[in-house]
Design a protein around this ligand. Sequence first.
Ligand code: PEP
Length: 253
Amino acid sequence: MKKRRYVIAGNWKMNQTPAETKEFINKFIPMVKDCVNSDIVLCVPFVDIPAAVSAVKDTNIKIGAQNVHFMKNGAYTGEISAQMLVESGVEYVIVGHSERRQYFAETDKTVNLRTKAALDAGLKVILCLGEVLEQRENGITEEVVSMQTKLDLLGVTEEQLKNVIIAYEPVWAIGTGLTATPQQADEACGVIRKVIGELYGQNAADEIIIQYGGSMNDKNAAELLAMENVDGGLIGGASLKPEALAAIVAAAQ
Ligand code: PEP
């Protein structure tokens, strides 16, 4: 019997306009209105935030962003600060997604800075980490996810950790249709939980929410979510269809 709540979060990536956002959310609200044991989050593109925040008002759905800059303000053309997100009604932010690491030169250093800036502003962080295929094939998944956990959380206090969710996302499973087996997901999430225990103590390890992400869908969600160390999902492709995302929320019930 699990003690932790599930967090089911959709990552829309660079998909959906503001008008489509409103349409999606209006369809989605009745599908998940009776969900009680999960937090439901939609991480939308920056320009969709006003439409999303307005559409989810008085519902059980929360809105997240997909990135945040680590400086408070200044000459950083094209960037968005944590305070801007807070004032826009955003509660969650994804940090360190593998697509940011892969295409936008994010490193554990910048992921750590972004994490701390978001936490300082009062946001909840969905911190993404995970190994690439070559690392899994060489048997170093445990070392890689342990090191990422330590580096990405450097300087994050025990109190701040309560606002951190870790998304274990094996890079080889993101957007590829390949899914980690429930055992592989549980094992890696268990490694992360163990590292949290070493860094912050057993209570923190017992309480932290660790999601699995990587081609989770309405067909495989139940099995993945049933694993002891998997407390939810970060869902890309399948989160673009209200029916599929609602089915994943239902699988967590
Ligand atoms: C993601 O974007 O975090 C993700 C897991 O994508 P997908 O579900 O499409 O693999």
